[in-house]
Design a binder for this molecule. Sequence first.
Ligand code: ATP
Ligand code: ATP
Ligand code: MG
Ligand code: MG
Ligand code: MG
Ligand code: MG
Length: 254
Amino acid sequence: MANSKYQYVRNFELPDSLLPGTFMVFRLDGHSFHRFSERHNFSKPNDVRALQLMDRAAQDLMEEYGDIVLGFGESDEFSFLLRKSTTLYNRRNVKIVSTLTSLFTASYVFHWPTYFPDTSLQYPPSFDGRIVLYPGDKFIRDYFAWRQADTHINNLYNTVFWALVQQGGQTTTEAHATLRGTFSKQKHEILFSQFGINYNQLDERYRKGSVLVREEVRTKRRAKGKAKVKTRIELLHCDIISDDFWKDRSGLLQ
Ligand code: ATP
Ligand code: ATP
Ligand code: MG
Ligand code: MG
Ligand code: MG
Ligand code: MG
């Protein structure tokens, strides 16, 4: 096998290793989840079971891959930060993207019955995945700020949109028309005056998304030698745009 005359075809495979010493952000996103959410009767604007299932699959991924230090999820997407020093799969791009996307998808399907005990899967879901390299801390901060700002914008829109449809009796076309060109302030106003909803009091899970962070847990010293550093993954729904989150966790950007 090793030296057959066919082996030369292997040389057509080109190296695709990612620049060393650079942060990797791996992001995946559900393929056609607009349709998937309809076929599986997700409640709108936010199906909490679906969000918890995404968190669970993300947690599995972080437990399997110790070089992922942070995850951020909203809707059908999750982003993961890998240490810039990671040598996972010799930093081969496609190897990392395909393996991680596949594990996440498998975990999503594996845990489906736990989160949707009364809804069987109608067809196999899939996710796309990509890695983007960022050469400095500022870009990582801005990347995660970008995703969390997106969560806020989408959730505010979706919350008003579905209030207009579910409680206001508008058709989806009418609700889109009502919201066209409105600013954030006007959306808050519609929610409060027409539906008595104070947006800022909605569950933080919906407003802030899901933050999965690897925290160090110091375990007991062994008789000889150093304390073992163990880590555990914590789920938060907190602000990651301002400095506080990052100040308390300087290890994330090392
Ligand atoms: P693409 O394949 O291009 O990503 P998509 O249909 O998945 O297309 P997205 O922009 O990724 O489009 O949006 C995902 C859609 O999935 C949302 O607009 C929403 O309709 C639905 N969705 C995802 N998660 C939830 C959830 N937890 N609750 C309700 N709806 C959800
Ligand atoms: P890598 O992650 O690098 O692919 P690997 O352990 O998957 O590592 P492969 O070269 O892909 O290594 O080989 C797959 C191995 O899986 C085989 O060597 C064999 O041991 C096992 N395997 C796969 N399919 C079968 C099967 N149908 N029956 C028995 N063993 C199998
Ligand atoms: Mg998309
Ligand atoms: Mg999608
Ligand atoms: Mg999406
Ligand atoms: Mg193999």
